[in-house]
Design a protein around this ligand. Sequence first.
Ligand code: PLP
Length: 302
Amino acid sequence: MSIVHLNGKNLPADQACVPVLDRGFIFGDGVYEMIPVFGGRPFRLDEHLQRLENSLAEVRIPNPHTRTEWATLIQRLIDANRGDKANSGDQSLYLQVTRGPAARDHALPENPAPTVFAMSNPLRPPATYIIEQGIKAITLDDIRWARCHIKAISLLPNILLRQTALDADAAEAILIRDGYATEGAASNLFVVLGEGKDAVLITPPKGPRLLPGITRDVILELARAHGIACREDEIRREDLARASEIWVTSSTREILPVTTLDDAPVGDGKPGPVFRQMHALYQANKAELRGAPTNTTNPEQA
Ligand code: PLP
């Protein structure tokens, strides 16, 4: 039985209960984070906590914890689950804050008592055959709201978009808004335009149309550090058709090469050279974290 965190306590998942009037349950009124954990260490913890703080501020939920308290709570939950054989390897740490229980009313409660919930699940890297063959994706109109930079728990549009992709035997939906590709249903988007020494890696700039992915930032950092030409720029729908490579990225699925888009091959239909280079750099970055002393906010130093 996995151990979860609820409002200050760690307890077995089947003993954790929240009131039915919690605004997370009634309205989907809350925000979340998903933090990958490698070798018992949360990856880019400060960046994830910064995004959580931003999401909370945007939706006006008071932040129930300091940065140090968050880090302590997260590390304790990771450690509590490492003893569980099924969850002793890498983990994905899910963290959710809702506005808490209140009489059902659209107006914000005067003195909210946010509900803090966290759980940890085993995290497995994408299967080797996926890295070797790539995935199929389809384009869909972005039916989400206009504030996609907030990591809100109300994910109904994302769920329906992902399911539409799965129904079409595709692993991800690439979303189009006003003629521009923004991101995936649960991932950020990269394309490579040009080939060889002319190849340039492009991802859309941050803004309300997309979630500022932590993996996205890692990839841009790695590209800049290793001389891979890259820029943040709009990606038009037509760019997808002429891209030599397309990738989708997220904390849980890392970097996935899209080799078929809307039933047509991307480039030569195989994961491209820029992907292969970036995949190796990303794996090396993960390996460094496993070997390195914890260099995130350290609860022991609190
Ligand atoms: N965009 C959306 C809509 C997402 O749901 C996610 C992750 O779940 C991402 C992008 C990627 O973000 P990250 O790299 O921080 O996991």
